[in-house]
Write a protein that binds this ligand. Structure first.
Ligand SMILES: C[S@@+](CC[C@H](N)C(=O)[O-])C[C@H]1O[C@@H](n2cnc3c(N)ncnc32)[C@H](O)[C@@H]1O
Length: 259
């Protein structure tokens, strides 16, 4: 039961260290309830009665370790979030040249599909690489079915052009049309430890670095800057910035940078 799970300080330290090492996410004391709730869910699903047994399990089972890290991620996202960045790109980018875009920390795909439908509506030629550490979020992105609740910022003509309405029990959901889906590829990528697969014209790395400390942010920014083509654009979340970090980018708009 969620309410019965308790962590002593040593267990809390141990688990938050495991999360930090695996994903870079810092779980300080304020995140105690969050960690307990997510741990309790994994303990329930794996039939573990005690925290020490669960800690032993993740030290032995790579699969459960991966599930635990996945469970500790915060995946909140929605369509057309912080859309000023995309509006800027539509005004700025050259439509005659194919673009490679990376949605790094894509969560369940809303960011990538929001960009895709707007770039399609504006006749860009492009493909989007959507990556995240969370396998369960990547599956949602690949399935491309979303609740209409997440769509309230989307213009109606975009919704009608690029999404199919669900039927029967799915009446309050939509599915991304195949012509949009084929432009977005989902793949697992850990910002902390994986090496970028390619170089990109545009990189979005939004609303993830807030969970990292400065050394991790620096590591991620250095790696993503290398993956950005000269003249390319880099975006962080609207509540984030690159203050105090070394990089070779110039600011072009709030939370938006150019190499
Ligand atoms: C709050 S969501 C942001 C989604 C989207 N970029 C947005 O702005 O709406 C943060 C995502 O970062 C992912 N994440 C956390 N640590 C990560 C890491 N080390 N590597 C890759 N993704 C990570 C989480 O799994 C989560 O899906």
């Amino acid at each position: 039961m969620v309410s019965e799970t308790k962590l002593n300080p040593e267990q809390y330290k141990k688990l938050s260290n495991i999360v930090y090492k695996a994903s870079g996410v810092v779980l300080n004391e304020k995140k105690y309830n969050l960690l307990v709730a997510r741990l309790a869910k994994r303990m329930r699903l794996t039939n573990m009665d005690s925290v020490s047994d669960y800690i032993r399990l993740i030290s032995k089972s790579q699969d459960e370790f991966t599930e635990f890290i996945d469970a500790t991620t915060t995946n909140h996202t929605f369509f057309f979030r912080e859309n000023k960045h995309c509006e800027f790109l539509i005004k700025t980018m050259d439509r005659t040249k194919p673009l490679k875009i990376w949605s790094a920390a894509s969560s369940s795909g809303e960011e990538a599909f929001s960009i895709a439908v707007q770039f399609l509506a504006n006749s860009f030629s492009f493909n989007i690489h959507a990556t995240d550490i969370s396998g369960s979020m990547l599956k949602k992105g690949q399935r491309a079915i979303y609740s209409k609740e997440k769509m309230d910022k989307m213009p109606t003509y975009i919704l009608h052009s690029y999404f199919q309405n669900g039927k029967g029990k799915w009446h309050d959901h939509v599915k991304v049309k195949p012509e949009v889906q084929k432009l977005v590829t989902f793949e697992k990528f850990n910002l902390l430890s994986d090496t970028p697969f390619d170089t990109y014209d545009i990189i979005f790395c939004r609303n993830v670095m807030i969970y990292f400390d400065t050394p991790t942010r620096q590591k991620v920014v250095t790696s993503l800057c290398k993956a950005l083509k000269p003249g390319g654009y880099f975006f962080v979340g609207m509540s984030e910035n690159l203050h105090g970090l070394e990089h070779n980018l110039s600011v072009v708009l709030p939370s938006g940078y150019k190499k």
